[in-house]
Design a protein around this ligand. Structure first.
Ligand SMILES: Cc1cc2nc3c(=O)[nH]c(=O)nc-3n(C[C@H](O)[C@H](O)[C@H](O)COP(=O)(O)OP(=O)(O)OC[C@H]3O[C@@H](n4cnc5c(N)ncnc54)[C@H](O)[C@@H]3O)c2cc1C
Length: 406
């Protein structure tokens, strides 16, 4: 296998690197800037998005006719690898451009594509994903939010939770139950929902790290026009799988968690009561494990890039990436903070260069072990779909949902 970029991709990488060096904010370690409030974050993200859109980097793999770059998924990944070196505003457009817009392009009518795609790519409109509910996360098909057809509209009632960015989103992808008498997976339909419509109430959830990245969303008598329906009634599960397939490509990448290079860098600079941290046998052991994990993930990325280059879709083996990155980032962050002793309890910025990233990985690593599929669910996926082990027994897929949920 050739691990180098193809000549065209190498040229693309060099151009992207040059453009980022000229236009991106200054690198500040491998952490993310903490934004004081949503308004500042959204304003900075809009500005960065419009700069990228003007240069053709806003949505590299999406079609030119909608303002995308008309490039390849490989180039999109290359740009993201390069962009990760900078503290660019993060988290505002990732779900919209990484998951919602590709779903609209795959499933939407021409009218839907014309209305929404270019405005999402330019950054004018922000999107979120309303799938999870209080009793439907890993078991997404158990969701209870109902959509009932009334004339040319659908009337929606229910509750979503963990909806990232809902507080500043204009539109969302909504998975709702339209037929409770069908089996669990067969009674669902995928819609576009206007997040400013009457009856949509967004309640932000404050996190351990002080930020507010996700929300509860209450839906009471929300009217959705039938032209905002993305799948046939009852075809929502396949539609949702389209969205989750695109999520698989994005998940694990660009989440700003620390890796072995941060551990090596900081432990070389860190003096402990017993000497330099990088000379400690326990630290060296973890450096070796983390380095090997990172090399393995890099090889997995090359494999994905090769498959994408051959026109194949991302496979279930992509589930390995987030599983490894998130738990390893937590392990490294815990180790480094422990090595600082009592000082480790101070805020990252007080600890010195690179420590904000450590602090963020300590708190955000936990969230990333849940988002986009928990560790246990990813292990199930790897066991069943990568290693070919027997599937877990299920007895809830053949009965009507209203019997099962009663
Ligand atoms: C940072 C973050 C952002 C998110 N953003 C969004 C978003 O934008 N939109 C959205 O719709 N959702 C979002 N989510 C929700 C996310 O998809 C769910 O949290 C996730 O799917 C897990 O569901 P749950 O929280 O209901 O946990 P549960 O499914 O209730 O799981 C609880 C525990 O049981 C375990 N478990 C469950 N089933 C099994 C099984 N079959 N085998 C073994 N163990 C099992 C789980 O691993 C977990 O440890 C986000 C979550 C986080 C943390």
């Amino acid at each position: 296998m050739d691990f180098a970029d193809s000549p065209i991709d190498a040229q693309f990488r060099a151009q992207a690197r040059e453009w980022l060096a000229a236009h991106a904010p200054v690198t500040r370690g491998r952490g993310r800037v903490a934004w004081p409030d949503d308004a500042t974050l959204v304003a900075a993200a809009r500005e960065w998005q419009s700069k990228k859109a003007a240069a053709g980097y806003a949505a590299i793999a999406l079609p030119r006719e909608y303002g995308g770059g008309g490039g390849t998924t490989t180039q999109q990944i290359i740009f993201r690898q390069e962009e990760e070196r900078y503290d660019v505003p993060f988290g505002v457009y990732e779900i919209g451009l990484g998951m919602c817009v590709p779903t609209l392009l795959a499933l939407g009518s021409d009218k839907v594509k014309e209305r929404f795609v270019a405005r999402a790519i330019s950054g004018a409109e922000i999107w979120c994903q309303l799938f999870s509910e209080p009793a439907a996360g890993s078991d997404l098909a158990a969701l209870r939010t109902k959509a009932v057809k009334t004339g040319e509209n659908w009337l929606v009632d229910g509750q979503k939770v963990w909806t990232t960015g809902a507080q500043f989103s204009d539109y969302g992808l909504l998975l709702a139950r339209t037929d409770s008498s069908a089996t669990k997976h067969a009674g669902l339909t995928l819609f576009i929902i206007d997040m400013r419509a009457p009856g949509v109430e967004v309640r932000p959830i404050r996190q351990l790290d002080g930020g507010v990245e996700f929300n509860e969303v209450f839906l009471s008598g929300v009217m959705i026009p039938d032209e905002f329906r993305l799948t046939v009634p009852g075809g929502g599960w396949a539609g949702a799988m389209t969205t989750l397939m695109f999520e698989r490509l994005n998940v694990g990448a660009n989440i700003g968690l620390i890796d072995s290079s941060t551990l090596i860098d900081i432990s070389r600079r860190l003096e402990t009561s017993t000497g330099r941290a990088s000379d400690d046998p326990h630290v060296r052991d973890i450096i070796a494990q983390a380095y090997l994990n990172d090399r393995g993930l890099k090889l997995l990325t090359y494999r994905t890039l090769t498959n994408l280059g051959r026109g194949q879709l991302p496979g279930p083996e992509q589930s390995i990436t987030k599983l490894v990155i998130a738990s390893q980032a937590q392990l490294i962050a815990n180790l480094l903070l422990d090595l600082r002793g009592q000082e480790g309890a101070l805020v990252g910025s007080a600890l010195g260069d690179g420590w904000e990233a450590v602090e963020r990985s300590w708190s955000f690593g936990a969230a990333m072990r849940i988002a986009g599929g928990t560790d246990e669910i990813l292990r199930n996926v790897i066991a069943e779909r990568v290693l070919g082990l027997p599937a877990a027994k299920r007895d809830d897929t053949t009965r009507p949902f209203n019997e099962d949920a009663a």
